[in-house]
Ligand binder design. Structure first.
Ligand SMILES: O=C(O)CCC(=O)c1ccccc1C(=O)O
Ligand SMILES: [Mg+2]
Length: 366
């Protein structure tokens, strides 16, 4: 497989509703869509899920463009690739910058699956035909968050995640639990706490949460282990896990009992599958995280979450959760709280070039 041309679409799209977490509020989202063309004129699609600002990890849309244009794409255009799992090795002389790398690797996976006349899920070794999915409720007033849960429950979502912060946790979860005593509920703190908040975190054991996601800083493997010893609620790590090695450290230290896998955060689908396999061997469940992404990354998530150890519904909502009009056809939709894993070759969804053109503010071809 030879990549002959790489095209980058820098996009910006309004969110259907603003999305707030402990770091701030998003009303629109910038992204980069990657189109790779091979020697037969096939297009493979990827998405770089970095945000405009470096709050989630250190990457941004601008740093990713720099990495893609000046380091990663030149290497990819020179390479002869027989399998997408070779791509991380091609990029190993570039430190980190996982989301930039994952955008290209994802597009190579799409090309490869098309070339094999397989679905992306099949190429990844995933066999499920449908997956259960969950939804994330951004920070807001407790009554508004409870109302959002009610609406999403009616849509059929199977697991509900609320964003929390130290100023808004106990009362919020109490409001939600009183309204929905049996709801499969979890909370994501995006590193808003430290070990000094131990007592406050212990009180959250009152709410039978499925887990608490990333309570402490991303590099705090030790403090997360201390916390997990002191609370009943399972800790799930998100921002801490950038590599299989990070997952190994976290499980060996007891920093968490569950891992959130996002292909963008770990440098691509290849590393995501390796982390999945490692967790499976160690009896640790995983689930697929979300990045308020558009359809290409969303459909990659569906394929990834079809692997067997994705045993908890992920943050893989319908396209309409965030977008008026997604960039794929058909869009991702829910049937009974489940999403069907596409069976068609590659992504199994077409890119809506008309919509992509409408939201593109910068185009680069190499
Ligand atoms: O994609 C979604 O719908 C929301 C997923 C989510 O919570 C999230 C979105 C952007 C950045 C980080 C996170 C997170 O899981 O921490
Ligand atoms: Mg998270």
């Amino acid at each position: 497989m030879n990549v002959q041309q790489a095209m980058l679409y820098v996009t910006e799209m309004d969110l259907v509703v603003p999305f707030a977490a402990s770091y701030g509020v998003y009303r629109k989202r910038e992204s980069i869509v990657v189109e790779l063309r091979d020697e037969d004129g096939r297009s493979g699609w990827g998405e770089v899920v970095a945000f405009s600002e470096p709050w989630y990890t250190e990457e941004t849309v601008r740093t990713a463009l720099h990495m893609l244009q000046d380091f990663l794409i030149p290497v990819l255009l020179q390479a002869d690739i027989s399998h997408p799992a070779e791509v991380p090795g091609l990029f190993s002389h570039v430190k980190r910058n996982h989301m930039a790398k994952a955008g290209l690797e994802g597009a190579v996976w799409d090309l490869y699956a098309q070339w094999q006349e397989q679905s992306l899920a099949q190429s990844l070794g995933a066999a499920r035909r449908e997956i259960e999915v969950g939804v994330v409720i951004g920070l807001d007033e407790p009554m508004k968050m409870a109302a959002a849960i009610e609406r999403y429950a009616a849509d059929g979502y199977r697991r509900f995640k609320v964003k929390i912060k130290p100023e808004n946790d106990y009362a919020l979860l109490q409001t939600i639990r009183r309204a929905f005593p049996d709801l499969p509920l979890m909370a994501d703190a995006n590193s808003a706490y430290t070990l000094r908040d131990m007592k406050q975190l212990q009180r959250l054991d009152d709410f039978q949460l499925m887990m608490i996601e990333q309570p402490l800083a991303d590099n705090d493997f030790l403090d997360h282990a201390v916390l997990q010893q002191a609370i009943r609620t399972p800790v799930c790590l998100d921002e801490s896990i950038h590599t299989l090695e990070d997952a190994r450290i976290a499980l060996q230290l007891g920093s968490c009992r569950i891992i959130n896998i996002k292909a963008g955060r770990v440098g691509g689908l290849t590393e995501a599958v390796r982390i999945h396999d490692y967790c499976r061997e160690h009896g640790v469940p995983v689930w697929c995280g979300g990045m308020v992404e558009m359809g290409i990354s969303r459909v990659q998530n569906v394929a990834l979450a079809a692997l067997p150890n994705f045993s908890i519904p992920g943050d893989i909502s319908a396209s309409s959760r965030h977008w008026q009009r997604d960039i794929i056809v058909p869009e991702v939709t829910l049937q009974n709280g489940k999403v069907r894993v596409p069976a068609g070759a590659g992504l199994g969804h077409a890119v809506d070039r008309e919509q992509l053109k409408k939201i593109t503010k910068q185009f680069i071809s190499m």
